[in-house]
Design a binder for this molecule. Structure first.
Ligand SMILES: Cc1ncc(C[n+]2csc(CCOP(=O)(O)OP(=O)(O)O)c2C)c(N)n1
Ligand SMILES: CC(=O)[C@@H](O)[C@H](O)COP(=O)(O)O
Ligand SMILES: [Mg+2]
Length: 648
């Protein structure tokens, strides 16, 4: 059953054809019902409420003008596609971003109207260019491609690579809609933002002209003459007030700015663009969070991405808990006070990555590069060259696109750059493109790079401090989303490796040392290597195993790349070793340790546990770790199986 929250027209809209059948008044009513629906339903599940409230009229107009799926509509980043889902027959938002529920992004599995599933920004224009080129060759006549890209996503370099190519095909039936709400999370930065702002501020100018058209033309021929003069002035002023050069110099027809909440105006512009016969850029001005006061008043990010809230007030149902991000946020400020050469870099995510406090205290030492992770890394290498120590804070999954910059700018030049990866490992509800599961496997091949996977608050603080002290190579510190795990202090340090515990069955169970030495020799000596946040899982598994009479030692090296020689020496004392990590197991840390141990002469059993190299559908972190067999019981089972093999 769909959650109640909408009446009348929305209930009847199942396909884009239904949208096209509506009168203007009905379309306006539909927009109101959609807003009611979004607030009521996303308040319960959480999700990207603000971005979707901003594209209600735009999305209705898109489906009025274009014939999806014959025409293709792609959304950049895809977090603003809830309205598109509603208009294409998906009205059950009751389990949005939950297992078996709707994805928070477009999903081909859900609908033929969905194409681009990844939530990584700035890719839609390239998709659109490729689709349009393909349709030209194979798709049959008059198939239009529309890409909706936010002003934030337009700060990503890939978008400009695409625009350069799109502009080269003069008869590309391609429409680029800039959904310009002036924000990523925070107000969008950079020269482009300023340019869009200039274009945007002429909206008042455009309204004035519209007034002139209506009023003056009613004044007979003198009035008409006055309007013509005014209109003639417009062209001149436009070139002065609205430096269209940037887009029109590229060879792109520019239309706008259009009021993105006026369905008729947007549809009119889209029709003109559709009929233009070449690539057109339609600049639509929208308001993130439109129509929901708590979102409109949210100066931080207009309810960009929320957890469950009280719909009446917008207040969160559950207060946010002290998490990994908070630890980073606190420690980087402390470091900033001690080290005035430390600067922070964000890619349009100052608050989400925990740099707001640093920015408040050191406003001149924070750089927001926009959604431009590649630029972030290479400019950080430049900053390092110039004598500062940059700390680039990103979500782990977004570093994927800056791999070459890490390799060839930061590492090749031995740049003292620190990269902090939040949301490393399984994030869960944001779907396959948001799990930060590839960083350790990718970065394992970068010569000289050092990577830390802290296991708790204390090791995160220590790792961050050590990272910023390294000036001759890139350092990486990675941790997951959500609350910090329990403190896991080392009970010993062997060969530089933190030992979290030694569970010897006899001692553990309080038994007298009644085992003879021979029997003790026969028992397998098990070593669990808990990497990062998975250390707590290893400790729990060890306790389970010790209760069965298995001797287990748990270690958790904070710095896992490169593999530490001391760890290899320690491994030599054990017959069964199991590593567990919150990252892909293929070419992961465990496999690197195993290969190095083998090269060093280890002949025991080495089991590597981690995430499978697959795209993991949206679900909760716990559900995914369960599916991936990464719970304590799963690790204990692996050890039991290895012990049985060893015994036979
Ligand atoms: C490569 C990449 N970096 C960062 C993000 C995180 N992110 C998601 S949405 C968003 C802001 C997008 O702003 P905009 O394109 O203007 O869309 P809006 O939310 O304003 O509709 C960011 C930075 C991402 N999805 N992809
Ligand atoms: C769409 C996008 O990339 C971000 O909005 C992301 O969904 C935020 O994730 P968190 O909620 O983990 O901060
Ligand atoms: Mg925006």
């Amino acid at each position: 059953m769909n959650r109640e929250g909408y009446v009348g027209i929305l209930r009847r809209v199942k396909t884009p054809a239904d949208v096209r059948g509506l009168s203007t008044a009905q379309a306006v009513q539909l927009a109101a019902e959609i807003r009611t629906f979004l607030v009521k339903n996303v308040a319960i599940t959480g999700g990207h409420l603000g971005p979707n409230l901003g594209v209600v009229e735009l999305t209705i107009a898109l489906h009025q003008v274009f014939d999806s799926p014959r025409d293709t509509i792609v959304f950049d980043t895809g977090h603003q596609a809830y309205v598109h889902k509603l208009l294409t027959g998906r009205s059950d938002f009751s389990s949005l971003r939950q297992r078996e529920g709707l994805s928070g992004y477009p999903s081909r599995q859900e609908s033929e109207h969905d194409v681009v599933e990844n939530s990584h920004a700035s890719t839609a224009l390239s998709w659109a260019d490729g689709i349009a080129r393909g349709y030209r060759l194979r798709g049959g006549p008059n198939r239009h491609v529309v890409a909706v890209i936010g002003d934030g996503a337009l700060t990503g370099g890939m978008a400009w690579e695409a625009l350069n190519n799109i502009a080269a095909v003069k008869d590309h039936p391609l429409v680029v809609v800039i959904n310009d709400n002036g924000r990523s999370y925070a107000p969008t930065i950079g020269g482009l933002a300023h340019h869009l702002d200039t274009l945007r501020t002429t909206r008042g100018y455009e309204n004035f002209l519209d007034w002139g058209k209506k009023t003056l033309k009613r004044g007979g021929s003198p009035g008409r003459l006055a309007y013509e003069a005014l209109h003639g002035l417009k062209k001149g002023l436009r070139d002065v007030v609205m430096p269209l050069g940037m887009f029109e110099d590229l060879g792109l027809k520019y239309m706008g700015p259009i009021d993105g909440h006026d369905i008729v105006a947007v549809a009119r512009a889209l029709r003109r663009a559709k009929d233009f016969g070449g690539p057109v850029l339609v600049h639509v001005i929208t308001e993130k969070g439109r129509g929901y006061t708590p979102a409109e008043k949210d100066t931080a990010d207009r309810f960009h991405g929320i957890g469950p809230i009280h719909p009446e007030t917008g207040l969160p149902i559950a207060p946010s808990r002290f998490g990994w991000t908070s630890v980073f946020s606190d420690e980087i400020v402390k470091i900033g006070r001690e080290r005035d050469d430390v600067v922070a870099v964000t890619a349009a995510m100052l608050r989400p990555v925990g740099l707001a406090a640093f920015a408040d205290e050191f406003p001149d030492r924070v750089m927001d590069v926009g959604i431009a992770e590649q630029h972030a890394i290479t400019s950080a290498a430049g900053m390092s060259f110039a004598g500062v120590h940059p700390v680039v804070a990103l979500y782990a999954t977004f570093l994927n696109r800056a791999f070459d910059q890490v390799l060839m700018d930061a590492a090749l030049h031995r740049a003292g750059v620190t990269i902090v990866l939040d949301r490393a490992g399984v994030t869960g509800d944001d779907g396959p493109s948001h799990n930060g599961m590839w960083d350790m496997a990718l970065l394992g091949v970068v010569p000289g790079l050092r990577l830390a996977a802290p296991r708790d608050e204390a090791t995160l603080r220590a790792a961050l401090r050590e990272a910023v002290s390294v000036e001759d190579r890139p350092t990486v510190v990675r941790y997951p989303k959500g609350p910090v795990g329990p403190a896991l202090p080392a009970i010993d340090i062997v060969n530089g490796v933190d030992v979290l515990g030694r569970w010897q069955a006899k001692e553990y169970r309080g038994e007298a040392a009644n085992r003879d030495a021979a029997a003790a020799e026969e028992r397998p000596r098990v070593l669990l290597i808990g990497i990062g946040a998975m250390a707590v899982t290893a400790v729990t598994a060890a306790e389970d195993l010790a209760a069965e009479g298995v001797d287990v030692t748990v270690v958790s090296p904070t710095w896992v790349l490169p593999v530490a020689g001391g760890l290899l020496d320690l491994i030599a004392d054990y017959s069964i070793v199991l590593s567990v990590e919150d990252g892909v197991v293929d070419q992961g840390i465990g496999e690197r340790i195993s290969a190095a141990a083998t090269r060093a002469g280890f002949t025991g059993t080495f089991v590597c546990r981690g995430l499978a190299s697959e795209f993991i559908e949206h679900s909760t972190r716990v559900q995914i770790l369960t599916d991936q067999r990464l719970l304590p019981a799963d690790l204990a089972d692996e050890v039991r199986r290895a012990a049985e093999v060893e015994a036979n």
